[in-house]
Ligand binder design. Structure first.
Ligand SMILES: [Zn+2]
Length: 110
């Protein structure tokens, strides 16, 4: 998502360059052309800033997660792989819910 903002921001800067040369070539300097240049400059800056901010927040969250215990392991039941059909299912099933096979299943520790 942050990448999208940054890319759009950079693209609007490219648009400014294109518009600038267009206005130079056609000598169409009026209020509308100058305003559109200024507006796309502001828009580009804002988009890059937002993208950068999102990157920073992502990195901050990553750093915070280091000190937290992984939550996935706790609330997920250990999975076993069916020796008959090869599908994974929760360990607390007496037999495979897919094919009904109840033989020795390989316990997979994640
Ligand atoms: Zn099975």
């Amino acid at each position: 998502m942050a990448k999208l903002f940054k890319t759009t921001g950079v693209l609007s800067f490219l648009l400014i360059v294109v518009l600038f040369f267009y206005f130079v070539a056609t000598e169409e300097w009026n209020l509308v052309s100058i305003l559109s240049l200024v507006l796309s400059a502001i828009l580009g800056l804002a988009l890059v800033a937002v993208g950068d901010l999102m990157d920073r927040v992502d990195r901050l969250e990553e750093n915070l997660n280091i000190y937290r215990q992984p939550e996935i392991e706790e609330d997920q039941i250990q999975q076993v792989t069916c020796s008959n059909c090869g599908k994974k299912y929760d360990m607390d099933y007496p037999k495979c819910p897919y094919c009904g096979h109840s033989g020795s299943s390989k316990i997979e520790i994640r």
